[in-house]
Design a protein around this ligand. Structure first.
Ligand code: UDX
Length: 454
């Protein structure tokens, strides 16, 4: 036993699992809670639900040390925890662009009546601004402990592929608290939880509840805006003959702009950026704001437009139609370094080309299992070379280093035609052209029409 607060983590998805194992690695006793007993069983057996560097090691270290455990029981959680981190999913609603808060509501409804002693409930899920204040009132009404069950908001900024590192060494920590003694107590407990990080110099911002909620959505909206900005500029580059890759490098050299989020290509996907942008638009409009919905609605539209442009380009290089053509799609994950296919631009394009009659074969170094589960209608091959065998066109749609390292001569020996589309600007156009390939990318002017039949 230690004097440290005991932690529960409610919801063992991407965020929750990472938070639970990282906090256990810092010496806290942590109980992960999930309503799905299969997830609990898998985690208890030491199996991480997703591929993240360092995650499996920390999971087994936590389990072996006895500091980390998992359960489906909210009763156990309420009894165990001094602080309850709420990490349940807030996906896009099926019937609109707003966030679906049903998991969050259910979590508070189940936990609240069990909170009989003073504790802190820290929301980490990404939520529309105003949610935390509403939940704080609900919790105070539900909990036998009343306002001694203090709600605060502590958004998470981790990137997939860097989840463990981002959790243990974040850029910043944000703690949004309510007014009065409950808020002060929540701040004090969270300062203990994050003391290793603040001691290492990580800034901790204490804010009110709405500022903390907005800190997350505004950060994601800004990153999305940068990506759509460079993609909008890519269109101008294509029309004017400029090189968008070189241009992005020049923009990035300005420290006021910076290079992060400035890689042009097929645009953003994943479990966060698309749904967070849409939820922000929805909530801002609900509040009566005009400019944020207009700006971010355009950001979303530009992003989705990249997928249409990619489909059009594939049809274009195939002489107008993809029907009956063999299409090799390299990439299924929404970005390199991840096996996540949620709202993956690569899979979306593969799916559309398949729907247009293309014989699409997909290869991804990490996301094959997840892709086959969500898109069983597509064909899959065990390597880039086998996916490309007999292909009329090869599309590189995820920025895996493995694809950047492909040998144009070797690939050209197995394809039916040497046509390649670089959806992520990872290839060296000169090398591919020198090996006799038609190299195309959105944002790069088309060669003379005769070349397209190469
Ligand atoms: C994002 C945020 O970065 C993170 O802070 C937040 O907590 C969750 O959402 P993540 O979804 O892991 O993290 O992905 P990120 O690395 O930001 O990339 C998002 C998407 O944008 C990917 O599809 C990626 O390929 C694309 N992207 C990213 C670009 O197209 N260009 C870029 O310059 C950067």
């Amino acid at each position: 036993m230690t004097d440290l607060p005991r932690l529960t983590v409610l919801g063992t998805g991407y965020l929750g699992v990472t938070h639970a194992v990282c906090m256990a690695s810092l010496g806290f006793e942590v109980l992960g809670v999930d309503t799905d007993p299969r997830k609990v069983a898998l985690l208890t057996s030491g199996e991480a639900p997703m591929a993240e560097p360092g995650l499996t090691d920390l999971l087994s270290e936590g389990l072996t040390s006895g500091r980390l455990g998992f359960t489906s029981s909210y009763e156990r959680a309420a009894e165990f925890g001094d602080i309850h981190f709420v990490c349940v999913g807030t996906p896009q609603r099926r019937d609109g662009h707003g966030a679906d808060l049903s998991q969050l509501e259910a979590c508070v409804a189940e936990l609240g009546p069990l909170l009989a002693r003073p504790c802190v409930v820290a929301g980490k899920s990404t939520v529309p601004v105003g949610t935390a204040a509403r939940l704080a009132a609900r919790l105070a009404a539900l909990a036998p402990a009343g306002e001694a069950a203090a709600l605060c908001w502590n958004p998470e900024f981790l990137r997939e592929g860097h989840a463990v590192a981002d959790t243990l060494r974040p850029d910043r920590i944000v703690v949004g608290v309510g007014a009065g003694p409950a808020g002060e107590r929540a701040e004090a407990v969270l300062r203990v939880v994050f003391s290793a990080m603040t001691a290492a110099g990580v800034p901790l911002f204490v804010t009110d509840l709405p500022t903390a909620e907005l800190a997350k959505v505004a950060a994601n909206a800004f990153l999305a805006t940068k990506i759509s900005f460079i993609n909008a500029v890519a269109e101008v580059c294509e029309l004017s003959g400029a090189d968008v890759g070189v241009l992005a490098g020049i923009l990035a050299a300005d420290p006021r702009i910076g290079g992060a989020g400035l890689r042009p290509g097929l645009g953003f996907g994943g479990g966060c950026l698309p749904k967070d942008v849409r939820a922000f638009v929805d909530r801002a409009a609900e509040l009566g704001a005009a400019d944020a919905p207009a700006l971010l609605g355009t950001v979303d539209a530009i992003n989705l437009g990249r997928r249409t442009s990619m489909v059009n380009l594939a049809c274009d290089v195939l002489g107008g139609s993809v029907a009956g053509k063999a299409v090799c799609v390299l990439g299924a994950a929404f970005k390199a370094g991840s096996d996540d296919v949620r709202d993956s631009p690569a899979l979306d394009v593969a799916h559309i080309l398949h729907g247009l009659g293309g014989q699409v074969t997909v290869y991804d170094p990490a996301a094959m299992r997840n892709a086959a589960a969500t898109h069983p209608g597509l064909a899959y091959a065990p390597s880039a070379l086998s996916a490309a065998t007999g292909a009329d066109v090869v599309l590189v749609l995820t920025d895996w280093p493995e694809f950047a390292a492909l040998d144009p001569a070797l690939l050209g020996e197995v394809t039916a035609a040497r046509r390649i589309i670089d959806g992520r600007y990872v290839l060296d156009p000169a090398a591919w052209r020198a090996a006799g390939w038609l190299y195309r990318a959105n944002g790069i002017p088309a060669p003379a029409p005769s070349d397209q039949l190469a």
